[in-house]
Design a protein around this ligand. Structure first.
Ligand SMILES: NC(=O)c1ccc[n+]([C@@H]2O[C@H](COP(=O)([O-])OP(=O)(O)OC[C@H]3O[C@@H](n4cnc5c(N)ncnc54)[C@H](OP(=O)(O)O)[C@@H]3O)[C@@H](O)[C@H]2O)c1
Length: 231
């Protein structure tokens, strides 16, 4: 078996996912860059589509026979329309959860057999600081004001619970599972929401690269650059 670590990043065609893929490749990993659009150097992978995920698993199994690192990065904000309390459009909420929560579970379940064939598998879920119940319920926190989306942070809070549950279940198999908050980065994700942010996708990717490569990975944690994020 090749000693080069095999990593799959979902939503790796742009933004933080592209920076994660480039960073892992620069660390010497063989990176499979998932992209729902497909294209040169990428593997077609739509996290909301069972057939697409099944085909991606078959492709990785055929190429490498195993997976060592799974980065569940693909995510959507869902925009602001239909997402504010009192104005909720259930379809918007379902769409956000389909990608940010069910997409992660679908991909994780499908790739688990390949992760079990790897050595010390690592699953890293790209969550968000907005998922923190502690921060969201703190009236002094920056999240306390403004026109606030509901579905997006709820989907990421649910993702955090999914992270903890997988971490507990997979601990005995030596597979670690962690959630990260990349920080507010000036990707399309932010500009689509009308935000102008200076933090780069590469800065957002750094915590993922750390967890993917650190000698001893923790498990069941929610972290950002400077340490734990309060649940
Ligand atoms: N930027 C921030 O400030 C920020 C803060 C906290 C957390 N995050 C999280 O970081 C992650 C990456 O965000 P980003 O800022 O890089 O956003 P982005 O620039 O909008 O990129 C999102 C990526 O996810 C992909 N994607 C969306 N739906 C998908 C699907 N169904 N299947 C496969 N790929 C899909 C997109 O692919 P297409 O090109 O095909 O649309 C794109 O590659 C997300 O999980 C986001 O929630 C971002």
């Amino acid at each position: 078996m090749s000693t080069t670590r095999i990593a799959l990043v979902t939503g790796a065609n742009r933004g933080i996912g592209a920076a994660i893929a480039a960073g892992l490749a620069a660390q010497g990993m063989t990176v499979v860059a998932g992209s729902r659009g497909g294209g040169p150097g990428t593997l077609r992978l739509d996290v909301t589509d069972d057939d697409s995920v099944r085909d991606a698993v078959a492709e990785v199994a055929g190429r490498y026979g195993r997976l060592d690192v799974l980065v569940n990065n693909a995510g959507i904000s869902g925009g602001i329309d239909g997402q504010v309390s009192g104005e909720i459009d259930p379809e918007v909420m379902r769409t956000v959860f389909e990608t940010n929560l069910f997409g992660v579970v679908r991909v994780t379940e499908a790739f688990l057999p390949l992760l079990r064939k790897g050595d010390g598998g690592r699953i890293i879920n790209v969550s968000s600081g907005t998922a923190s119940l502690t921060w969201q319920s703190d009236p002094g926190h920056a999240f306390a004001s403004g026109r606030l989306p509901l579905a997006y942070p709820a989907s990421k809070a649910a993702l955090n619970m999914v992270t903890v549950m997988y971490a507990k279940t997979l601990a005995s198999e030596g597979i670690t599972v962690n959630a990260v908050a990349p920080g507010a980065c000036g990707t399309d994700f932010a500009t689509d929401l009308g935000l102008s942010l200076e933090r780069t996708a590469e800065q957002g990717a750094a915590i993922v690269l750390h967890l993917a490569t650190v000698a001893e990975s923790p498990t069941g944690t929610f972290v950002q650059d400077d340490g734990p994020v309060p649940w």
